[in-house]
Design a protein around this ligand. Structure first.
Ligand code: FMN
Length: 252
């Protein structure tokens, strides 16, 4: 059984929802898939207060943890994640962004290693690829191993997907499905290595205001590891040099 969690960021069941369901329908053609759809709007998640409690202290002390923790458990439990969002003024909409703002502490204490995702944005014309890139990088910072990008230009508010869109959507869903079924693990990208190394160096420094990070990385056995899975010789060498450079620059 493969579990797929779908986080749908549009407040309506419009273009983004339709595209998301096309992906889900394609995945569901393979045996033994279980889907759960969560509409971010239905979470009634207040705006992130920017209090820093999660980052500096404890994520469980976030005033909105009661809403977030069940979703986080589902994300950890799922084999596959789909995130979909509409583009509002050239970026993903605020509801989706607000959800991920609440998970900023995971940039500092990454998890989800080895997990796969597919990110979808729809737009009238502009910034769909910017939106998927943003979501992909957000997930990479949180430790996700790979994220397929599906940016779709819809032109109309009630768009009927064209044959070309359908072909693209189905092909990507099939590749995603094959990766999940086969347990595919991608080599970490340069993006993974650079940010992981930077946050690892900060956690290693263990400065007073980063104690939560230091303890987490230590508990996970990640403080002295270049990356949780093998990055290849060149990236490993680069990470070691970057670690040494950061160490030299940090106040002792
Ligand atoms: C508030 C708002 C802002 C939007 N901003 C843009 C934009 O900057 N560029 C663009 O090409 N389309 C823009 N659109 C169009 C939507 O991105 C597009 O219709 C999308 O498919 C809507 O997704 P939905 O049907 O899931 O709501 C905007 C739509 C809304 C409602």
């Amino acid at each position: 059984m493969k579990k797929c969690l779908v986080l749908h960021g549009s407040p309506r069941r419009g273009n983004t929802y339709k595209a998301t369901m096309l992906v889900v329908d394609e995945l569901a053609k393979q045996p033994d898939w279980d889907f759960e759809l969560i509409r971010i709007k239905d979470l009634n998640l207040p705006f992130c207060l920017g209090c820093f409690t999660c980052i500096l202290n404890d994520e469980n002390k976030c005033p909105h943890t009661g809403i977030l923790n069940p979703i986080l458990r589902k994300m950890l439990d799922a084999d596959a994640l789909i995130v979909s969002a509409p583009i509002y003024i050239l970026q993903i909409n605020a509801e989706t962004k607000n959800f991920f703002d609440h998970l900023a502490w995971i940039f500092h204490r990454p998890r989800f290693f080895g997990k796969q995702a597919l990110v979808i944005t729809t737009t009238a014309a502009a910034a769909a690829a910017k939106g998927t890139k943003f979501l992909k990088e957000t997930l990479y910072q949180m430790g996700y191993n790979h994220a397929y990008e599906l940016p779709i230009a819809c032109w109309d508010a009630e768009h009927k997907p064209k044959a070309r869109d359908l072909k693209k959507i189905r092909a990507l869903a099939q590749r995603f499905g094959r990766d999940i079924q086969g347990g595919k693990l991608y080599k970490p990208s340069w993006y993974h290595i650079i940010y992981h190394t930077a946050f690892r160096a900060a956690a290693n420094a263990g400065s007073k205001d980063r104690t939560a990070d230091h303890l987490y990385w230590k508990e996970q056995g990640l403080l002295d590891k270049v990356y949780p899975h093998k990055p290849g010789i060149i990236k490993a060498l680069f990470a070691r040099m970057m670690t040494a450079a950061i160490k030299a620059m940090m106040p002792s």
